[in-house]
Design a protein around this ligand. Sequence first.
Ligand SMILES: Cc1cc2nc3c(=O)[nH]c(=O)nc-3n(C[C@H](O)[C@H](O)[C@H](O)COP(=O)(O)O)c2cc1C
Length: 453
Amino acid sequence: MSARWVLRCESWTLGETHRRWSHVGTYECRRLFKGVSAVGGAALGVGYVQRLPKTEDHQMAWSQSMSTRLYTDFALPVVLQTDPETAHNLTLKCGEALQAFRSLWPSLPMEWLLSPPEGRLQGPELSQQVWGLTFESPVGIAAGFDKNALLVPLYRAGLFGLGFAEIGSVSAKPAAGNARPRCWRIPSDDVVVNAMGLNNEGSDALAQRLREMEATSSGQGQRPVGVNIAKTHDPSILGPAAVEDFVQSFRTLSPLADFVVLNVSCPNTTEGKTFEEPDALAGLLSAVAKEVRGRAKPPILVKLMATPDSEEGRRSQKELLNVIEASGIVDGLVISNTIKNPEVQLSPEGRAAADAIGKGGVSGRVIHQRSVAAIRSAYQATGGRLTIIGVGGTDSAEAAYEKIRAGASLVEVYTGLVYKGPGLFQDVQTGLRRLLERDGFNHIGQAIGIDIK
Ligand SMILES: Cc1cc2nc3c(=O)[nH]c(=O)nc-3n(C[C@H](O)[C@H](O)[C@H](O)COP(=O)(O)O)c2cc1C
């Protein structure tokens, strides 16, 4: 045997041994890793579930709060590290990606996202007919979340179990809004402060998008989508020009909307609340009435501020409601918009943060009570003739139920989604069924305005 042959044999043996051992080693390591991950994952899972609330209705509480808990425990800490407007834009981008994916692959099984099982629980009926439209769930998404109508097909399909959506505000002319930063969070009080300044792409662009979406939609889902319109954010557009600006958006968008909301209460424009003065509002409503004369019109709603819960506040709300009822064209109210920063009571820490921001409208749990009071007084003043969408600080079924008992037929959420995540839609539905059942109602309609009757 030559030396070279021996060397070759040896190197072959060594190489083969190494290959075998390294193979066995990798295989064993992989198994070990899988085992440790499985045990670790199971331990974490068990630990996590142990932390979930235990009530006598444990099964329901568990399913009710699982997605919200996952959001608040894992996603919210990341969200809070991100600039609010950037986080919001990323959320819309994710929605657009989901929408694109869904249109490319229509058979994609998305039941778990579009109609989660909790929403289909037995119990008192939540579905209602309002203005001739079917609202399978009373919980929708508020204006400002999707100003440019990017995700309409997902709303129509009932993403995360939402019942309806209000897109906008949109104005006749495109507007860049105020300079950034213009949106802040105050986590100590679960609050958002915004001074966006009605940034939007304008009513023509929005109308075109809505038409395109309608043409390409697969016809899946018919949840109502309303359009919220506002005057273009430009202080030089005043008086009759401001009315014409509003009417132009109404003309362009009303044929494409299930309902139209006239936003007369945005606190973030340089000119302030131009149309929340009785005479100005009367002028606007008479111009819209002229526009719809002799034509089929969508349901028209007016979005108001939550006037202070005082004699003076109720008197000024009553003046506006008289104008609204006298117009003969208004079918409902959205109560309320954000509340001006200095008027809101916050924790000392929250107040210090809000003072540092200075401007803007406050939204979140802290405005819930004022919104409820404004809903109650509007329901009382109109004898329930105008259907009310209650909005402002709804972040639980209890808050939604309080608004319903005060006179709201439907509720909307925005800031609650930031702090609780999209599971909120399901939480509110499940919780509402429980609360209605507890109070002996078998249909949501029986609870509307019950605290006033
Ligand atoms: C960032 C942001 C932007 C908003 N933009 C609009 C808007 O364009 N039009 C409008 O009518 N309301 C707008 N709103 C007000 C909401 O529709 C809602 O009335 C208010 O936030 C109170 O509800 P919430 O406490 O559930 O957030 C906006 C709210 C936020 C937080």
